[in-house]
Ligand binder design. Structure first.
Ligand code: C2O
Ligand code: CU
Length: 466
């Protein structure tokens, strides 16, 4: 077992049972010397038919699969990912959560021109910090139909002890709209009559229910769920990524407590809960010692009375019904930001000044603002290199807003205590949250709501240097 003791994890390394990282590290060159090979793979953004369980859809993908392939590297390495755009539209890849060179951030209009159909762009960047990240297109609502995948950065001095890793990507899949989300947005903007059904479906939220969206774990709907195989007694590290456009999830594993160890890639002091609440763009890692049986991994679509579901199987026994997991875990102790603390080594300097960013809604209900401004004339937080600023995120609206800052991992201020390191924080209706940002990666950075529909309806700002 591991324990949190005087500010450090007790280290007991063990080889991973899964081969996920077995092939990592330097390769041996012809002269017999170790040659550092850039890690990564080619991503081909292209239309494809994919199976979401019993249903097959035409959509946009990386390499023909949803989620896209897992990209794995070790902290400190350089990753090389050529993007080939075989879509009929411009696209980019954004490396969500990575403290990256701004020219590689995939943020159109900020630091990079989008890649045009038929063209190629080589993403080459260093991954300075270990952790659970993901990648996705940053053009319009393209990620909502499959243009996303996991990016896992291993720690060369991994302090946690575990036997196996399971990466879990959560998604919501709007049904009832043919073609891509971009088609839907275009139809919406072009429609002369007031098409409420379409508008609601495109804007998500309450009305998404009318379209019976599918809720997916690793691209599978509950009618044909993903199964993760393991063995009784194994200690498993789950890496949970919420890649949904419009859905926060409450996640639990039937019959098990979850020991949360990482928030958006960064370590936290371990805390044991029954379930986690995870907003769009957020990631949590937790450890579980598996029992014997088949256990439902349930992701309840918060506020939508629907769920995504997968099975963690360690024996041939029949799976516990998902509803039992709900009773046992989903109603139990849920993780809050208040429960989380950054270890001393990961704390940021105290802020020297405070700015407020108000998250608002225009009366039309279809426009979302940051300090009353829309993306066309964006709000901009100006920082000086090296300073730490506190940003008060004040949600004046009746919706949830997972706010994401590119290029940085900030620290949540929890009642004056040193809260978790994160790059995305979910601010609930009428609540406020304080984050401290150390300006240590100069550039012009996106700062936006990770509800893709809010982002596309105005909720996009900037944080910039100089
Ligand atoms: Cu996950 Cu601006 O991005
Ligand atoms: Cu929002």
């Amino acid at each position: 077992t591991y324990a949190w003791r005087s500010g450090a994890y007790v280290t007991r390394r063990r080889l991973l049972v899964t081969g996920a990282f077995a092939a990592m590290g330097a390769v041996t060159g012809s002269a017999g010397t170790a040659v550092a090979q850039p890690r990564g793979m080619t991503l081909r953004a292209r239309p494809a038919k994919v199976s979401l369980g019993r249903r097959t859809v035409s959509t946009w993908t990386y390499n023909g699969v949803v989620p896209g392939p897992s990209i794995e590297a070790t902290a400190g390495e350089t990753v090389r990912v050529p993007l080939i755009n075989a879509l009929p539209a411009n696209t980019t890849v954004h490396w969500h959560g990575i403290r990256i060179d701004p020219r590689m951030d995939g943020a159109p209009g900020f630091s990079q021109e989008p890649t045009r159909p038929g063209e190629r762009f080589d993403y080459v960047f260093r991954v300075p910090d270990p952790g659970t990240y993901f990648y996705h297109s940053h053009v319009g609502t393209q990620p909502d139909r499959g243009l996303y995948g996991p990016l896992i950065v291993a720690d060369p001095r991994e302090p946690l002890s575990y036997d196996q890793e399971i990466t879990v990507l959560l998604d919501d899949w709007l049904d009832g709209i043919s073609g891509t989300p971009d088609d839907a947005l275009r139809r919406l903007n072009a429609s002369t009559q007031h098409d409420d059904t379409l508008r609601s479906a495109v804007l998500g939220g309450v009305a998404a229910e009318m379209h019976h969206p599918l809720y997916l774990i690793n691209g599978r709907a509950p009618d044909a769920p993903a199964t993760f195989h393991s063995a009784p007694g194994r200690r498993v590290r789950f890496r949970v990524i919420n890649a949904a456009a419009d859905t926060p999830f409450r996640v639990a594993l039937g019959g098990h407590e979850l020991t949360v160890t990482h928030t958006d890639g960064f370590p936290c002091k371990p805390v044991t809960v029954d379930s986690i609440l995870i907003g769009m763009g957020e990631r949590y890692d937790f450890l579980v010692r598996l029992g014997s049986g088949a256990f439902p991994l349930v992701a309840l679509a918060e506020g939508k009375r629907a769920r995504a579901f997968a099975v963690v199987r360690t024996s041939r026994r029949a799976a516990t019904p998902a509803k039992d997991a709900k009773v046992a875990q989903l109603t139990g102790r849920m993780l809050n930001y208040e429960d989380l603390r950054a270890p001393r080594a990961d704390q940021l300097p105290r802020p020297s000044r405070v700015v407020t960013v108000r998250l608002g809604m225009r009366p039309s209900g279809n426009e979302w603002t940051l300090n009353d401004r829309l993306a066309a004339d964006p709000m901009r937080v100006q920082v000086d290199r090296g300073e730490t600023i506190r940003i008060v995120l004040d949600n004046e609206s009746p919706m949830w807003h997972p706010m994401h800052l590119h290029g940085h991992t900030f620290q949540v201020n929890v009642n004056g205590l040193r809260g978790p390191r994160k790059d995305t924080v979910n601010i609930k209706p009428r609540e406020r949250l304080e984050i401290d940002v150390l300006a240590d990666n100069p550039g012009e950075w996106m700062f936006h709501c990770h509800n893709l529909y809010h982002q596309e309806q105005g909720m996009m700002g900037a944080l910039g240097y100089g």
